[in-house]
Design a protein around this ligand. Structure first.
Ligand code: MN
Length: 338
């Protein structure tokens, strides 16, 4: 079977590998669609400090069950599933309080262990979430990227009463926008590219602010009548902007952070204390697949995120496109033809 294989940084190939089998508690999945994510690009280029090589990449994937391992119940051959890429030990402190996405021994498909850009893969049955048979495979492969949005909105307790500022209108910012809109919140989006802001408007942003040409803090003061923004989700993750997020937040507001930057940020502690801000990090997802599948069922237009699809055989071309045309691509998917 064929797999997208990063042998070492800067070396991406389609290779022939032996067939896997479903072990105890696992299901064998025939992958039908897999998304390319920024983090796949980082693994490809050797800029993900967590990745180990060689690696079959891909953590955004869906397919059909080909076989059940011993002891698997509640799933059947032929079922269509989206695969949650997060695996955990179940016994460490975060696992013990239900926060297994920050497990001390976290194992993510396509990062710490071989992933889903492969024709067939064995995954724990508990990671395989049923999706309706009438969904396109591409849509099923989008459950994972939207689980990032569901997790951050859950961590920040987004409700229909919120005004939300989403920093960044790249793929992740747009998933957060769509999730917040579906929740009933009023959403503003900031980016420096008008083309992305146009997409954000079409997806339901009430305000789309070019923060390169306008003063975002003034715009948010105006938008909220001077109250400040109750919920800010940072999907840009420029550490230099973080102090501004704290200034824009309303009293009792929440600031949620998604980035992996190691660059320090000059935060003013007074901004946190005097407004009693809640600052949360959000990583991957914690049991959010059912919520996202429900979102899609309620009509969240996930497929609008897709800009291109390529068959597996053209994986190198797909990665090249994402790399060379970041402004013309949004979510790029690999499909696995019969
Ligand atoms: Mn991803």
């Amino acid at each position: 079977m064929k797999a997208v294989y990063v042998k070492e940084p800067h070396s991406l190939e389609i290779v022939e590998l032996p067939e896997p089998a479903a072990g105890r508690g696992e299901v064998l999945v025939r992958v039908r669609a897999a998304g390319i994510c920024g983090s796949d690009m980082h693994i490809y280029h050797g800029t993900n400090p967590l990745a180990k090589y060689p690696r079959i990449i891909g953590h955004e994937f869906a397919g059909e069950i080909l076989a059940l391992g011993e002891g698997v119940q509640g799933l059947s051959v032929g079922d269509r599933v989206a695969v949650d890429p997060v695996t955990s030990c179940g016994t460490c402190y975060p696992c013990s309080i239900g926060r297994h996405n920050v497990c001390a021994k976290l194992g993510v498909f396509g990062v710490h262990r071989d992933g889903g850009m492969v024709e067939r893969v064995a995954v724990p049955a508990v990671n395989a979430h049923l999706v309706p048979k009438d969904w396109a495979w591409e849509k099923a492969a989008l459950v994972e990227p939207f689980s990032i949005a569901a997790n951050v909105l859950s961590r920040a307790q987004c409700t229909e009463k919120d005004r939300v500022l989403v920093m960044g209108a790249g793929p992740i910012g747009l998933t957060v926008l769509m999730g917040a809109v579906l929740t009933g919140a009023r959403v503003a989006v900031a980016d420096v590219l008008d083309s992305r802001l146009d997409v954000a408007k079409k997806l339901g942003a009430e305000r789309a602010v070019n923060s390169g040409s306008l003063n975002l803090e003034e715009e948010m003061t105006r938008w909220t009548g001077g109250d400040g923004v109750p919920l800010i989700v940072d999907a840009v993750c420029n550490p230099a902007l973080f102090p501004s997020l704290l200034r824009m937040a309303s009293p009792a507001g929440r600031v949620a952070h998604l980035g992996f930057s190691e660059t320090p940020s000059p935060v003013v502690p007074l901004d946190i204390t005097k407004k009693e801000l809640t600052i949360v990090g959000s990583r991957l997802n914690c049991n959010m697949f059912p919520r996202v599948i429900e979102w899609f069922g309620r009509g969240l237009p996930a497929e609008k995120l897709i800009s291109h699809t390529f068959p597996l055989s053209q994986a190198r071309e797909a990665f090249k496109l994402v790399e060379e045309k970041p402004l013309e691509t949004c979510k790029v998917l690999l499909t696995f033809p019969d």
